[in-house]
Design a protein around this ligand. Sequence first.
Ligand SMILES: Cc1cc2nc3c(=O)[nH]c(=O)nc-3n(C[C@H](O)[C@H](O)[C@H](O)COP(=O)(O)OP(=O)(O)OC[C@H]3O[C@@H](n4cnc5c(N)ncnc54)[C@H](O)[C@@H]3O)c2cc1C
Length: 353
Amino acid sequence: MRIEENKELAPLTTLGVGGPARWFVEAGSESDVVAAVTWAREKNVPLFVLGGGSNLVVADRGFDGLVLHVRLCGVEKYEHADHIVYEVGAGEDWDAFVQRTVVDNSAGLECLAGIPGTIGGTPVQNVGAYGQEVASTIVNVRAYDLKTLAFVDLSPAECDFAYRRSRFNSKDRGRYVITRVDYRLNPGGAPTLRYADVQKEFSGRLDPSVKEVAEAVRRIRRSKGMLLVAGDPDCRSVGSFFKNPVVSAEQMHQIATKEGKEPPSFPTGPQGQQTGRAKIPAAWLIEHAGFAKGFAQGAAGISSRHTLALINRGGAKAAEILALANHITSAVETRFGIQLEREPVLLGFEEPC
Ligand SMILES: Cc1cc2nc3c(=O)[nH]c(=O)nc-3n(C[C@H](O)[C@H](O)[C@H](O)COP(=O)(O)OP(=O)(O)OC[C@H]3O[C@@H](n4cnc5c(N)ncnc54)[C@H](O)[C@@H]3O)c2cc1C
């Protein structure tokens, strides 16, 4: 185990802001994870687990603790009569893994193509896009429990998955180092075509392949600056900075009355079922609160192709990104009475993250 000191974190994140980690270590195996955790405990320093840094804002002063960079690799494939289970090391690149399942013509992750980050990051916020969430395919999460100092295998029910939520980013934030995630996919199954944006790509055709849907999702993401493309300033972000708020029928009515029109909305049930509450696009609220795509505030800004993506326009400080986020949050609250919830994790800031 090689501990580095004062390691710059900005280059290890997609937003590219923030200062160094006081200590930094890469873990390529479960025994490396145990050694790093033991080191941090003996030195009594806080520990932070880093994956691909695609959902992370690091404070300008950095992090005064040990950053454990998860690098565990390997993909094992187990074929059963009617499904395939892939057991994947937490440090594997998410998009490369999705691409592999697409090549296998396995349905279940095709709408999640093009999302940056690692395997280990996916259960943390129950990654989702275009009508799919990893909660629907994860069958097991293996992790090192910092409370009991033992490895555990958690079932999906034990992960408490919900919209952009799990036990890993709520009640048990910071408790687990995820080392492997197992996904159950459907070989030869039909792809998910739930979102209008994706359906539009096939002009009414109802039988696209898994590969065609993954390619369509990638095209859509690219057009919105939501695919990491070298040299594209719109993807120097954490993806969506805000979650889509879930509102009651009464709040929905109040917004419609105020704006003279209904906001777009989506059902909140797991498979698109109605629940009496609706999800409103945070982008719609932000635009109606006065922020347009391309809005700039110093070196921070809003992507020119997606209102939800706050970007580093070049040399931004973390403080500038958060100042813009706060500006947007208070404008939306003033206009609609809705408190937008942040999606990325904050590291090294004074407020709890
Ligand atoms: C251009 C762009 C588009 C995006 N689009 C989407 C999208 O469509 N849908 C979506 O849901 N997200 C999206 N994201 C956000 C992000 O890609 C995902 O949240 C991703 O899963 C984060 O994984 P990561 O490995 O980069 O995690 P990091 O950013 O490194 O970490 C995020 C959190 O997960 C924890 N974590 C990471 N790995 C582990 C581990 N092995 N064990 C324990 N905890 C861990 C960290 O401690 C931290 O709390 C997008 C981001 C970008 C930049």
